[in-house]
Design a protein around this ligand. Structure first.
Ligand SMILES: Cc1cc2nc3c(=O)[nH]c(=O)nc-3n(C[C@H](O)[C@H](O)[C@H](O)COP(=O)(O)OP(=O)(O)OC[C@H]3O[C@@H](n4cnc5c(N)ncnc54)[C@H](O)[C@@H]3O)c2cc1C
Length: 393
């Protein structure tokens, strides 16, 4: 005999930063919520993220009309409260890689104009850093250097901490059927012991790029078109200083560098305009270009003996008419399906709060749990943990 479906208030599909914040917010709001992850928590965007809690600089520099520096600043203050343990979820103790970043420019008129734009548009006023106070790796940078109050966190530690209080609610499985039925949704999840049927008042789609196929499964793809924007991020490993900052040229962030430690030294994770243009190049051409860009932006850095690598990753977002980054988080309910794309990691708690505000009241008898013994997903690796490295000198 087929067992009855597991009845719950909410099923969250996808365990990246959006899914885990949403699970936490729903549970705190009194909903009986479960989460299903297909591969590993945060695989795709979250564990590729540079972990910068943008306070507006990128939005100010992006030059995209409608970009919301104010929303970014509001999100930054929410993070400040969570990191201090003054708001929920309590993220005090989260592994923080940097308490601030630097902003500097490459020589030339364009660089100067971009810097001026950034200073005018920024919510958080950057502080000028005197020559004597600059880190050694900024030696050789001409022009002003600023310190920005943008915190950089470890996104994988974030996932770990978000999951911890809800570990029993998180399972590894594949959604094979998803049907909206009036005011609830019927979901089938493939598990090693056989398929599980779930009846949920709502299903929250937080699967990043995977949302597209899930929406297609539910016949809703046309209502929620998605776009992918590819990046090729560079990575450099060796005896390097810890670098956190944005090198500006014109209205562009030429490179954004964040750092972490590995068993072989320090690794730089490099994004910005370099990564936006990267998908058009093959890896060898890209790495040559990346090395030149880093030498131009960080003339004081010694890259001798360093190893280089890169990886391709897709950003997944609601489709915009321009094809550029949407200005804001995306949370939309269509019947019992709620689709989320936070657009930035820093926006994920705000997206989760919006999704929870769109949740229906708890239903009587919706008290289902995952059966004991279901598999649990691991945390996805950081990109440099699986990289193939090459020396360029
Ligand atoms: C290189 C890079 C750097 C970035 N740097 C920053 C930064 O510094 N600051 C910032 O604010 N933002 C940054 N971002 C953006 C940020 O990382 C993303 O906006 C955010 O991580 C998206 O989270 P998500 O949970 O929606 O998606 P994802 O992190 O992609 O998570 C989706 C999850 O769903 C799972 N999944 C997929 N399909 C299914 C399915 N069918 N069933 C079940 N599970 C499924 C995946 O395995 C994954 O675990 C960066 C993005 C990239 C790519």
């Amino acid at each position: 005999m087929t067992p009855p479906p597991i009845r719950i208030d909410a099923l969250v599909v996808g365990g990246g930063v959006a899914g885990l914040f949403t699970l936490d917010a729903l549970v705190r709001a009194g909903r009986n919520a479960l989460l299903v992850e297909r591969h590993a928590l945060g695989l795709g965007q979250t564990t590729s993220s540079q972990g910068i809690l943008h306070a507006g600089v990128k939005y100010a520099l992006g030059g995209v009309a409608g970009d919301d520096a104010e929303e970014a600043a509001a999100a930054a203050s929410l993070w400040k409260a969570m990191l201090a343990g003054l708001d929920s979820p309590d993220l005090s103790g989260l592994r923080t890689l940097a308490s601030h970043e630097f902003l500097w420019r490459t020589a030339g008129l364009l660089g100067a104009a971009g810097m001026l734009g950034a200073r005018l548009a920024l919510q958080t006023r950057p502080e000028v850093v005197a020559q004597a106070e600059r880190p050694a790796w900024l030696t050789g940078v001409r022009g002003e250097v600023f310190r920005l109050g943008e915190v950089v966190i470890d996104p994988r530690d974030l996932l770990d901490r978000l999951r911890a209080p809800h570990a029993e609610r998180v399972a590894l499985g594949e959604v094979t059927a998803l049907t909206a039925q009036g005011s609830s949704a019927a979901v089938t999840v493939a598990m090693p012991e056989g398929p599980l049927r779930i009846q949920a008042s709502q299903v929250f789609l937080t699967a990043g790029e995977g949302n597209e196929a899930l929406l297609a499964l539910a016949g809703q793809q046309a209502n929620e078109p998605m776009q992918r924007r590819p990046l090729r991020q560079a990575m450099v490993q060796g005896r390097l200083p810890w670098v956190f900052g944005h090198c500006i040229d014109g209205a562009k962030t030429r490179v954004t560098v964040t750092s972490d430690e590995t068993s072989r030294g320090v690794v730089w994770h490099v994004g910005g305009e370099l990564a936006e243009r990267g998908p058009a190049l093959d890896e060898a051409a890209f790495l040559d270009h990346a090395r030149r860009e880093l030498m131009a932006c960080l003339p004081g850095a010694d890259l001798r003996g360093a190893e280089f690598s890169s990886y391709l990753v897709q950003r997944a977002e609601p489709r915009t008419t321009s094809g550029r980054r949407p200005a804001s988080v995306h949370v939309r309910a269509t019947g019992p399906l709620v689709t989320l794309w936070p657009v930035k990691l820093v926006m994920a708690p705000r997206a989760a709060a919006q999704a929870t505000a769109a949740s229906v009241p708890p239903a009587a008898g919706a008290d289902g749990r995952w059966p004991t013994g279901v598999p649990r997903p691991a945390l996805a690796p950081r990109p440099w943990e699986e990289a193939t490295w090459r020396r360029l000198d």
